[in-house]
Design a protein around this ligand. Structure first.
Ligand code: ZN
Length: 130
């Protein structure tokens, strides 16, 4: 039986996953744990699913770029994207909101719903200055 209750929260969250055997953490989640080879089964039928936990809060900017050629739907000339590392070592990409980005700077990650691109709204990471 799949427990969807964790996905039905009002607060927007993006989840990382923890291996139930060796507790290694992943984002995004692989189908096989690299450390103990435990198999992830999102259906929960053959193996139990891994433990999801929200990825958010304090993080460090690893690198960033400014993109000028945005796809249809964006109403501004450019947008900054960054790759951050969380204290647990997990890394994620998302929109960067910093006046003067510097690699190594402290940021805070939150999740927003993006309706700019075509298609259904998508949850995206937004990294802003701490
Ligand atoms: Zn494992």
């Amino acid at each position: 039986m799949i427990d969807f209750s964790v996905y039905e929260t009002k607060q927007l969250e993006i989840y990382a996953y923890r291996c139930p055997e060796c507790r290694a953490e992943y984002y995004p989640a692989p189908m096989l744990c690299a450390k103990c080879h435990c198999r992830r089964d999102p259906s929960g039928i053959v193996h139990k699913d891994w433990d999801p936990f929200p990825l958010e809060g304090a993080c460090t900017l690893l690198t960033w770029t400014r993109v000028w050629a945005l796809p249809e739907g964006y109403d501004r000339p450019c947008e900054m994207f960054g790759i951050v590392e969380f204290p647990n070592g997990l890394r994620a990409a998302g929109r960067l909101e910093a006046a003067s980005p510097v690699m190594g700077m402290a940021l805070v990650a939150r999740v927003e719903e993006s309706t700019e691109r075509p298609g259904p709204p998508a949850k995206v990471f937004v990294f802003s200055e701490a």
